[in-house]
Write a protein that binds this ligand. Structure first.
Ligand code: DGY
Length: 321
């Protein structure tokens, strides 16, 4: 008999086919995530769970599923999962690093360029019929080539963003909880304190995991350290930025622009005050969203799931058991 698993959202076909070959799968086939109580009830008799970052995977859920052998997250970030609780119960947790690095780094750059050159405002300007002549001072933005990029979090994605910055002849400062000598050597990035990165950069791009230390790392105090012409880009997790402080800073001209792929909360309500600002770009958490990348993520999540069901180490396991 195939092991019973629960899958909290539809997967690309190639990944789903691989999954149902090995598992007796039940799918939550809805656009929105399963409500928590529903998820608890559905997982109760399952041996495996394949989930997304929108699902809260807590100790209660694990206790309600006594046969659970593996939790496989279809994302690289896993702050929605109580990993300590999983470890305490001997349950391996899988995630999908690596395959989304380039797509996410490309998108951080798409946001950086869009904010620097005010692309969404320009699109709106044309659509609103305001393009009546060529103007010397219309929609002026910020220079990118040769400027200084500040990378906060020099992991896989931070390094891929820095790699792209070399083509723009940028000086690259970085802060990370751990110094990265290999990246310094390979990419010419310069290690600085967080304060020095914020004060010295024209663009600040965030690539940290969400932890107690990084929650609200960008707040009224740290925003005030930045240049008034600074642009902040966030493709990591929304709560790394204090949204109220960001709104105040953008409104008061403490910094010039922000471009966010992630917000707090998600989704951001349509009447949120940040959406009233023309100097803030907000996207719906799509940085890894290419067809190829999402397919690879799903396949990786399926392979982690199957390994866990077989009692093997997951190819990409978050916790050591
Ligand atoms: C992740 O994988 O953690 C991203 O936020 C979505 O791809």
């Amino acid at each position: 008999m195939k092991p019973k698993v629960y899958v909290t959202r539809r997967l690309p076909k190639v990944a789903w086919d691989e999954l149902i070959e090995a598992c007796d799968a039940e799918l939550w086939d809805e656009e929105f995530p399963p409500p928590h109580e529903e998820l608890l009830a559905r997982v109760a008799d399952k041996e495996g769970l394949l989930c997304l970052l929108t699902d809260r995977i807590d100790a209660d859920l694990m206790d309600s599923a006594p046969n659970l052998k593996v939790i496989s997250q279809c994302a690289v970030g896993f702050d929605n999962i109580d990993v300590a609780a999983a470890t305490a119960r001997g349950v391996p947790v899988g995630h999908t690093p690596g395959v989304l690095t380039d797509a996410t780094a490309d998108f951080a750059w798409a946001l950086l360029m869009s904010a620097a050159r005010r692309v969404p405002e320009a699109v709106d300007y044309v659509r609103a019929g305001k393009w009546n002549t060529w103007g010397l001072t219309v929609l002026l933005g910020q220079r990118v080539y040769g400027m200084t990029l500040g990378v906060v979090g020099m992991g896989r994605i931070g390094q891929a963003v820095a790699e792209r910055a070399r083509g723009f002849n940028m000086r690259i400062l970085y802060y990370d909880a751990f110094r990265q000598p290999e990246a310094e050597e390979r990419l010419g990035v310069e290690y600085r304190s967080l304060e020095e990165v914020l004060a010295g950069s024209d663009f600040v791009t965030l690539h940290v995991n969400l932890t107690d230390e990084t929650r609200h790392m960008i707040n009224a105090r740290t925003l005030a350290m930045m240049k008034p012409t600074a642009i902040v880009i966030n493709t990591s997790r929304g709560p790394v930025i204090d949204m109220d402080a960001l709104y105040d800073a953008l409104k008061a001209g403490v910094i010039v622009y922000a471009a966010l792929d992630v917000t707090d909360p998600e989704p951001l309500p349509a009447d949120h005050k940040l959406l009233t600002l023309s100097n803030c770009i907000i996207n719906p958490h799509i940085a890894s969203g290419t067809i190829a990348t999402r397919t690879l993520m799903a396949q990786m999540a399926v392979r982690n799931l199957i390994a866990g069901l077989r009692g093997e180490a997951l190819p990409n396991q978050v916790n050591s058991l």
